[in-house]
Design a protein around this ligand. Structure first.
Ligand code: G3P
Length: 224
């Protein structure tokens, strides 16, 4: 399973990259705004800065919602860097634009997906990635993980090549359950990824090892 980080924060991207486990980055207009990146030229430059930091795919979302606008913006984004993936919202024009980009060999990520039907349309339009938002479904008392498993089933039935990019991942259990279900990719905050590190027995065990090492070394120096 690939690990993407869901942020436009360069420091966090660098931190995840330094772990050697990062496969890509996803962003969206809200994440860009959170970092104070505004204006098209600054936003485009920021995508390039992100591409400098990671070796994997970087999703860059279009703002236009009309077909012509989506195509024009998506083409500009795709031309910025070969690893940029054009992110399109799951609306009628988004599906149309996704089919257009697929025919041209431009890679896409269809976002804001909340149902199996939407995921089916994303796959039919040749999306490289589909982004079901599991945390936001959990927020409204709907089982987000169930959606991921349903999409997995449908995609496997027909060998769709579209990769399931589980998004709106908020915590470590989301990541673990996505791995069990067979999500191709997860994207989440650094905190959720780093949360996988934690176990009290690891901390206690290491503390004891270091204590015993220190004892042994004191003993050794006393004997000399
Ligand atoms: O990748 C989608 C993501 O940015 C949404 O996450 O936590 O705002 O639901 P969240």
């Amino acid at each position: 399973m690939k690990f993407f980080i869901d942020t436009a924060n360069l420091a966090q991207i660098k931190e995840a990259q330094a772990l050697g486990i990062l496969d890509g980055v996803t962003t969206n207009p809200s994440l860009m705004a959170k970092e104070g990146i505004t204006g098209q030229s600054n936003i485009f430059q920021h995508y390039l800065d992100i591409c400098e930091e990671v070796e994997g795919d970087v999703s860059a979302e279009v703002i236009a919602t009309d077909f012509e606008g989506m195509v024009a913006e998506g083409e500009k984004l795709a031309s910025l860097h070969p690893r940029i993936v054009v992110k399109l919202p799951m609306i009628k024009n988004g599906v149309k634009a996704c089919s257009y980009f697929s025919a041209k060999g431009i890679r896409t990520n269809v976002t804001l997906v909340f149902s199996v039907g939407q995921a089916l349309l994303a796959a039919k339009s040749g999306a490289t990635y589909v982004s079901p938002f599991l945390g936001r479904l959990d927020d409204i008392s709907t089982d987000g993980m169930h959606l991921i498993s349903e999409i997995r089933k449908v995609y496997d039935n027909f060998n769709f090549e579209t990769q399931i990019l589980s998004a709106s991942v908020r915590n470590t259990m989301h990541i673990i359950n996505c791995a069990k279900i067979g999500s191709d990719v997860i994207t989440g905050p650094l905190s959720a990824i780093e949360g996988l590190l934690n176990h009290p027995l690891t901390d206690n065990g290491l503390k004891q090892f270091l204590k015993d090492y220190a004892k042994g070394n004191n003993l050794h120096s006393e004997l000399q």
